[in-house]
Design a protein around this ligand. Structure first.
Ligand SMILES: Cc1cc2nc3c(=O)[nH]c(=O)nc-3n(C[C@H](O)[C@H](O)[C@H](O)COP(=O)(O)OP(=O)(O)OC[C@H]3O[C@@H](n4cnc5c(N)ncnc54)[C@H](O)[C@@H]3O)c2cc1C
Length: 377
């Protein structure tokens, strides 16, 4: 999912500058619904909900439904093509879902990557352009010097490296998107089972929720079928085939919605390091639902054959969309992610905030932009 101009309003990068890197990341991951890749086929109840949401609104917000462009192989005839078995979350049996290992293997085959090691980076020494690393067997070593160091250990991993690298920094604050889960009941007639013969077990549809007050950030609802893997957790394997019709029936009557909010409404998690070097996390802010949003959204989603029942929202502890520990413009990090000469930060560590959208495509696009800017002249 691409961040739009409103999402990027606090960033030193605009949509036009990020666009070619979004295109590049899209091609690298092979997103369905782009290029020659057919779009995802949502389950029938979600297809119908997306159509209904298109014409629904409320006095405070409008809905923009769309099919997600996921990193799933959908081209018919390819060996990894999705068969709509619904086993996505149980581990796709056909490897239809993109993994970074596909890119790494390609880069090795093309000679772009010459060495991959399994060591853990402890700290970066920018003066000497070296790294302190911990080998799997427990020995520590200082390696380098390197022409260029691109730090991309994920926001959590990079935060730990930075805490060991920057003597003046004793704690870093991480942003997260709050997520609320809720049921949507199909009340306007069931969906013919034949339409639902196969299904896709991850996000089947998305709805951007745009407040009419332009000062407020957008939210996002991800729609899931009543996923079989959830009830399969709680039932013995021997019963699974007998329960398949139950799953099919549930998918005709129930859609699971997950509402993601901007990190402005989310928790802030502080990370420090304990004396033994282990990360120490504490909650600085809990965040929560903005007043009135849920009431308006419930009304807008309860449209034309759908009902959002009045049950308490289930708030997840985290969305795992961590970001913003050392944003562009702080602690010497420039708009290209450069921390020191020859040392660049290439993940969501540098994001100024975390809009209510899946972050991975933007993490890849921003990392590609940083890597290009970092190339020695
Ligand atoms: C359950 C779950 C579901 C999610 N669903 C979605 C989704 O649907 N859409 C979406 O966009 N995002 C989703 N996310 C978030 C997404 O996974 C992250 O935003 C994304 O993986 C971040 O990419 P990254 O490359 O920055 O970091 P990572 O994917 O975390 O990669 C960092 C790599 O660095 C390695 N590393 C860490 N520390 C060190 C170190 N010290 N030395 C060496 N290597 C190190 C790690 O082992 C890892 O391989 C989900 C996350 C979770 C946990």
């Amino acid at each position: 999912m691409r961040f739009d101009a409103a999402d990027l309003r606090r960033w030193p990068i605009d949509e036009a500058e990020l666009a070619p890197f979004y295109d590049w990341a899209t091609a690298e991951m092979g997103l369905c619904g782009t290029g020659d890749r057919p779009p995802l086929r949502p389950v029938a109840a979600i297809a119908r909900l997306l159509a209904a949401a298109r014409t629904s609104s409320s006095p405070d917000l409008r809905l923009e439904p769309f099919l997600p462009t996921l990193a799933v192989e959908t081209r018919p005839g390819t060996t990894r093509c999705c068969t709509y078995s619904g086993d996505c979350m149980a581990g796709c049996p056909r490897q239809s879902i993109y993994s970074a290992s596909i890119t790494i293997e390609r880069m090795i085959a093309e000679g772009v990557l010459c060495k991959v090691t399994a060591a853990k980076v402890l700290a970066v020494h920018s003066q000497s352009r070296t790294l302190s690393i911990l080998w799997e067997k427990g020995e520590q070593e200082q390696v380098g010097p390197f022409d260029l160091i691109l730090v991309a250990a994920g926001c959590l991993g990079t935060a730990q490296i930075l805490l060991r690298t920057l003597p003046a920094v004793s704690a870093l604050d991480m942003l997260d998107n709050p997520v609320f889960t809720f049921p949507i009941l199909v009340t306007g007639g069931t969906v013919a089972p034949a339409e639902d013969a196969g299904y896709f077990g991850m996000t089947n549809g998305c709805i951007t929720v745009i407040p009419k007050d332009p000062a407020l950030p957008s939210a996002s609802v991800q729609l899931y079928p009543a996923m079989d893997h959830l009830w399969a957790y709680f039932t013995p394997g021997g019963l699974w085939s007998a329960l398949v019709p139950v799953g099919r029936l549930l998918r005709q009557h129930l859609v699971i919605g997950r509402l993601y909010l901007h990190s402005d409404h989310g928790s802030v998690i502080r990370m420090g390091l304990a004396a033994n070097g282990a990360p120490r996390l504490s909650l600085r802010r809990t965040g929560g639902m903005p007043v009135g949003l849920w009431r308006s959204l419930r009304r807008a989603l309860g449209c034309q054959g759908f009902l959002v029942p009045s049950v308490p929202l289930l708030r997840q502890k985290t969305s795992s969309h961590y970001a913003g520990t050392l944003p562009y413009g702080t602690a010497g990090v420039d708009a290209n992610g450069r921390l020191e000469p020859g040392v660049y930060l290439c993940d969501s560590t540098v994001f100024p905030d975390s809009p209510a959208a899946s972050p991975t495509l933007t993490i890849m696009a921003a990392a590609m932009r940083t890597a290009m800017a970092a190339q020695p002249a």
